[in-house]
Design a protein. Structure first.
Lengths: 182, 489
């Protein structure tokens, strides 16, 4: 695995911080790499821009903040507008097709998209969109093992949501695989 | 001990028995207890005590409600209610091992590897060290420490109190410490400013406790959700007067855990409030934290006197300069005051006592400074320039040092883990052999003054400041290193 920076942006209530917490747990506890996670959010419980960043490294993490990122995940249009400049030229963008307008995405950016919110709604609640996205990311990158992520989900989320979150995760993962085949 | 007359009664639902204890030899025969008892449990006895008074006796023990009025009314502490709680079988309270949300994961046992926030690691460190009393008032970015303690302490027979403000919080933890508990509070700059009066009281009365300051942008309300390192001098000089102080500065959640334990050890060993100064980045950062099994790390507990109560003086320090504690309620006489006091603890306001009292407060830290100071050094022997940093900035300087090294400059790294007492000796030693110090800190020049003081005759010092709310630009640090390296002596 190459050392990389990861940033996820959305609005409060989408589970942005939970997503990066799960990812961080998987990478640091189960994969054994170093992760430093920081987050920022407004005073609103829901609605304000919310972001979280991980510095991932196979050795010790020194500089803990992300100025330029290799992976940017956006779950809201506002998040994309605000942060797309910090993506490295060879960086990868993941975005939610339902929340971010495809035609507004800069053509030069290498981007993968998934209708995460739609998939989650079909599953019962749009709150699962973050887990769908996590599965999608796991399928496209080598920063984390899918198995570790599943373990981390089981350890982190409320017991009554474990099954459905894992299902959402799988849907995201398979969406990526099917898209690759086509 | 005194003659004790007992009456026992079964408590209500709990497994406990209570009794009225009468210390006959203390009684001066005022008979207040007899007069005021609403149930006529007591009566004046025929018997004489050592002083020739008639102490009360219990006549209607079955009428007693254990209201405690006699205890409160007695001017001589000669009568009191004693609770003999027989420990009920401790049941592990049913907490689900993993509950929802990243900050709500409450397990009954903590051991192993966790992806944990700095503030939470601090709370876990405190619990590991045996802290069972937390008094505080929540403030960003230290709130999570209070939150965690509030969740954890009730399951450990500890006490969490959210006080009305920081002034009361500090007073509360001093009181808890005197009652025998390891206690702590956590706040940010504005809270420390309020606590400083009572921190001085803690210093003067030599009360062990831990004060955590998760620094935010300052002065005043400053940047509530952002960070800074501008309370460094406040930790040393915050309260009025001369006193030795200890301050530790962690750089990561893991170190926040470890240093909280060290802080408790220092506070118990040297008898004073110990500071942990960190910042909102470390406090809110989430990283891997390893919590070892319970007896793996060294825990220092309070040193109680072995003397008999009649021989014991609360502030009598042996040659080690640190007086032994006595357990409250074990019959030792105590007088604790913020006034200048002699070894009995009594206020004596003379020049001689002032000199003795205050000198010892300063000297007890100076004497042991070699044991207290913890530093991390890299490549100092071969260095021309040494970068000094602490806390979160000690991490941001690493990429800068690498960069400067690539440019052919010999750079060493000195991280201050203990800020106070200041490592004067070591910095003075290094100063003789290098071209200069670069001090990187997130304020407009605080610790740099100390470094200059120690380095002045031998070498020059350069500051890379930052007002807070952001993080140093790596190139600024590299530039400062280069400038100093190419400076002509």
């Amino acid at each position: 695995m190459k050392d990389c920076n990861f940033k996820i942006v959305g609005f409060g209530g989408q589970g942005i911080i939970l997503t990066s917490y799960v990812l961080g747990t998987a990478i640091s506890i189960h994969d054994g790499n170093s992760v430093s996670m920081t987050q920022s959010y407004g005073p609103e419980a829901r609605g304000g821009t919310c972001s979280s960043q991980l510095v991932i490294s196979s050795s010790e993490v020194n500089y803990p903040l992300v100025e330029k990122t290799d992976i940017l995940v956006v779950l809201s249009q506002e998040g994309y507008d605000k942060y797309f400049q910090i993506l490295n030229t060879d960086g990868v963008l993941f975005y939610d097709l339902n929340m971010v307008k495809k035609e507004k995405i800069n053509k030069k950016i290498k981007a993968f998209s998934i209708p995460a919110t739609k998939i989650a709604e079909d599953l019962g609640n749009k709150l699962f969109a973050n887990m769908v996205m996590l599965g999608f990311i796991a399928a496209h990158t080598d920063i984390v093992k899918a198995g570790s992520l599943k373990k981390a989900i089981k350890e982190t989320v409320s017991p009554k949501y474990i099954d459905i979150d894992l299902k959402a995760f799988d849907l995201g993962y398979h969406y990526a695989e099917n898209a690759n085949k086509e | 001990m005194g003659i004790v007359e007992k009456t026992q009664k079964k408590g209500t639902s709990k497994k406990e028995t209570r009794e009225i204890v009468i210390k006959k030899e203390r009684c001066k025969g005022c008979n207040f207890c007899v007069e005021y008892c609403p149930r006529d449990v007591l009566e004046v006895s025929e018997e004489f005590n050592e002083k020739g008074y008639h102490p009360p006796k219990i006549v209607n023990s079955d009428q007693c409600l254990f209201c405690g009025l006699c205890e409160r009314i007695c001017p001589d502490f000669a009568i009191y209610i004693k609770n003999n709680e027989t420990e009920p079988e401790k049941e592990e309270k049913p907490i689900s091992e993993t509950t929802h949300g990243l900050f709500n994961i409450v397990k009954s046992k903590y051991e192993g590897e966790f992806f944990m926030q700095g503030d939470i690691a601090c709370a876990e460190g405190a619990i590991y060290a045996g802290c069972r009393f937390f008094g505080g008032y929540p403030i960003t970015p230290a709130t999570e420490i209070a939150e965690r303690m509030a969740k954890r302490l009730p399951f450990l027979d500890g006490v969490f109190i959210q006080f009305e403000d920081e002034i009361a919080s500090m007073a509360g933890i001093l009181g808890a410490s005197w009652a025998g508990a390891k206690s702590m509070t956590a706040t940010s700059g504005p809270g420390i400013s309020l606590m400083n009066e009572n921190i001085g009281l803690g210093m003067m009365t030599e009360t062990p406790c831990v004060v955590v300051n998760v620094q935010r942008g300052s002065p005043s309300t400053g940047l509530p959700t952002s960070w800074g390192q501008a309370d460094m001098m406040q930790a040393k000089w915050g309260s009025h007067g001369d006193y030795g102080s200890i301050t530790l500065c962690p750089k990561s959640p893991q170190e926040f855990f470890d240093l909280t334990i060290v802080a408790f050890n220092y506070s118990e060993k040297y008898r004073l409030p110990v500071f942990i100064l960190t910042d909102a980045i470390v406090g809110h950062m989430i990283e891997k934290v390893i919590i070892p099994p319970p007896d793996k790390l060294e825990i220092i507990n309070r040193k109680y006197t072995k003397k008999r109560p009649q021989d014991y003086l609360p502030y009598e320090a042996e040659s080690n300069l640190i007086p032994d504690f006595a357990k409250a309620g074990d019959g030792y006489h105590y007088y604790v005051t913020g006034l200048t006091h002699d070894e009995r603890g009594y206020p004596i306001m003379t020049e001689e006592v002032q000199k003795e009292n205050v000198t010892r407060l300063v000297e007890k830290i100076n004497t042991y400074s070699d044991d207290i100071i913890i530093l991390e050094e890299r490549d100092i022997d071969k260095a021309d320039i040494v970068v000094i940093a602490y806390g979160i900035t000690s991490r941001t300087v690493i990429p800068a040092i690498e960069k400067a090294k690539k440019k052919g400059i010999k750079v060493g790294y000195l991280r201050l883990i203990t800020i106070w007492p200041f490592p004067e000796k070591r910095i003075n030693e290094i100063a003789r052999n290098i071209k200069g110090f670069v001090v990187v800190e997130m304020n407009l020049g605080q610790i740099v003054l100390e470094v200059e003081r120690c380095a002045a005759p031998y070498t020059s010092t350069k500051l890379v400041p930052h007002a807070g709310g952001g993080i140093h630009n790596i190139d600024d640090i590299v530039k400062a290193i280069e400038e100093l390296a190419h400076e002509k002596k």
